[in-house]
Design a binder for this molecule. Structure first.
Ligand code: NOJ
Length: 538
């Protein structure tokens, strides 16, 4: 298999508005990120993924761009961005930008022109029809918005304020490629491509049988031609890393985006876990891992993540954020870093930050949640019940400010934070984590170092030894005669794992575990709640 820097990398995602506020306006910013770069670098990561910081009215927190060539005021300015890039590179790290090319803001000059009249030259840059079909968007009951001025509907896969660009229009594509080159020529190291599987729309927009199953928005014919063109005209000319957000794909479909012979993207986020597994489901999770491994291995590259700015913090959603928070956070980290694919860390995950439950919808900011809340309440449902039903998966679970210390607002800002801080910041914060040698933070550091020193963790083949086990997840990674065994007890109680026959004669040597007092055992391992171990077998 071809060895590349981005397969070996560990990526750290910075949701800058919640990371560190340098000027007291309540929003994190690029200057704040610069001030905390040493913290990120010390963890050992290689790449920073920066959420969108382009000019934007911020209806969907930067995913509604109104000027691709400017930095939004809340984040800073272009001079600060350039300094950030320089400082990242100075530390030997790389920076990838989140880029949204499926849609813009309705305040983008292109859309303002497009909606101004039916014969405006930019009319065709967006998607206009006389009649809507029955599709829903991600965030609203209809994917179409009526525009009184010209008496037509425009199409939006997300919020009303995020009209979709018309990728069939060559001028649109050329403008986008030009803009991508602008950023790459500055020296950034790649893109995380937002909603990239949505670029192509089906001919004629036929009605869906079940409008609630919004798969029709993605993976339509034509998407691969667009990506191949983007690769040919832009991506292939730079030594960069690209990761696409590709929802609703099977491994077979996924391979079309990332196949090494396809000239599209390097890797993808598929959402079979985060979108389709609301709570922990061990058998399903193992099946997903196995299928994706078999589908991609040797042909294309996968990503590993269990949370991000859209998906509730992993220790809350898939682990135990109460009695075993520290053990559980470490177990989940072990999982993400030892399964095949490039691992992602979402800011705060490395100190075991948890999700939140605010008492009032007014304390939430997430447009997806707020729209859904309004839709359900309008149907006459009890508001309290609606709120409760939306809390676990609200995107604000992951968006609360980074918890730096136990001072007011967790040391995130001297002003009023744009989103409330999680009340548990007095116990869970960076200062505490750095002072405790057994913290989640230092465990991440060790995992990352292991990856640097052991190619088996990156390039080793994968074999699941525990397919039907509900609590224990045991698998091997193997490369050039080096064999590792990973055993995880994803459970609130003790469990025993007996090594299979073929491994029982090998001696095993513990490389890393999340309990300090592991006794070397024979072929029967007594695993404590949320215990994780990585062994080298000889
Ligand atoms: C996916 C992004 O991660 C999410 O935050 C955003 O709302 C949508 N795409 C729309 O751009």
């Amino acid at each position: 298999m071809k060895r590349t820097w981005w397969k070996e990398a560990v990526v750290y995602q910075v949701y800058w508005r919640s990371f560190f506020d340098s000027n007291g306006d309540g929003y994190g910013d690029l200057e704040g990120l610069i001030q905390k770069l040493d913290y990120i670098h010390d963890l050992g990561v290689d790449v920073i993924w920066l959420n969108p910081c382009y000019e934007s009215p911020d209806k969907d927190n930067g995913y509604d761009i109104s000027d691709y060539y400017r930095i939004m005021d809340k984040a800073g300015d272009m001079e600060t961005f350039d300094r950030l890039l320089h400082e990242v590179h100075q530390r030997g790290m790389k920076l990838i930008m989140d880029l949204v090319v499926n849609h813009t803001s309705d305040q983008h000059p292109w859309f303002i022109e497009s909606r101004s009249s039916k014969d405006n030259p930019k009319r065709d840059w967006y998607i206009w029809r006389d009649k809507p079909n029955n599709w829903r968007s991600y965030f609203t009951p209809s994917a179409w918005e009526y525009d009184e001025k010209t008496g037509q509907y425009y199409f939006h896969s997300f919020a009303v304020e995020q009209p979709d660009l018309n990728w069939e229009n060559k001028e649109v594509r050329e403008e986008i490629y030009k803009m991508m080159r602008f950023w790459l020529d500055k020296g950034i190291d790649g893109f995380r491509l937002d909603a990239i599987a949505l670029l192509a729309k089906p001919d004629g927009f036929p009605d869906a049988e079940n409008p609630y199953d919004i798969r029709y928005l993605t993976n339509n014919p034509g998407v691969h031609e667009y990506l191949q063109e983007m690769h040919d005209k832009v991506l292939k000319h730079y030594d960069i890393f690209t990761v696409g957000e590709v929802a609703f794909v099977s491994p077979e479909e996924g391979l079309k985006y990332v196949g090494e012979d396809r000239n599209e993207l390097h890797t993808l986020f598929h959402f079979e876990v985060c979108d389709e597994m609301p709570t922990w489901d061990p058998i399903r999770f193992k099946q997903i891992q196995k299928r994706w491994y078999e589908g991609l291995w040797g042909k294309g590259w996968n990503s590993q993540f269990l949370n991000n700015h859209d998906h509730t913090r992993q220790v809350t959603r898939y682990g135990n954020d109460k009695q075993f928070r520290v053990e559980s956070a470490k177990l989940l980290a072990t999982l993400v870093h030892t399964l095949p694919g490039t691992p992602y860390i979402y800011q705060g995950e490395e100190i075991g930050m948890t999700g939140v439950k605010f008492d009032s919808i007014d304390d939430y900011n997430d447009i997806a949640m707020k729209n859904k809340y309004a839709e359900e309440v309008a149907k006459g449902r009890d508001p309290k019940e609606v709120l409760e039903s939306l809390q676990l998966l609200s995107r604000d679970n992951s968006r609360t400010p980074m918890q730096w210390d136990d001072s007011e607002h967790a040391g995130f800002t001297t002003g009023t934070p744009w989103l409330k801080v999680n009340p548990n910041y007095k116990e869970i914060n960076v200062k505490q984590a750095l002072a405790d040698p057994n913290s989640v933070y230092y465990y991440y550091k060790k995992l990352i170092q292991l990856r640097k020193q052991n190619p088996v963790m990156v390039y080793g083949t994968f074999c699941d030894l525990s397919e039907n086990e509900p609590y224990i997840y045991a698998y091997t990674r193997e490369l050039d005669g080096v064999r590792w065994l990973i055993v995880l007890n994803h459970c609130d109680s003790d469990n025993v794992y007996t090594l299979p026959e073929e491994l029982s004669s090998a001696s095993h040597h513990l490389l890393l575990g999340n309990y300090t007092d592991v006794k070397e055992e024979g072929t029967t391992l007594h695993m404590r709640p949320h215990e994780a171990r990585i062994y080298a077998l000889q």
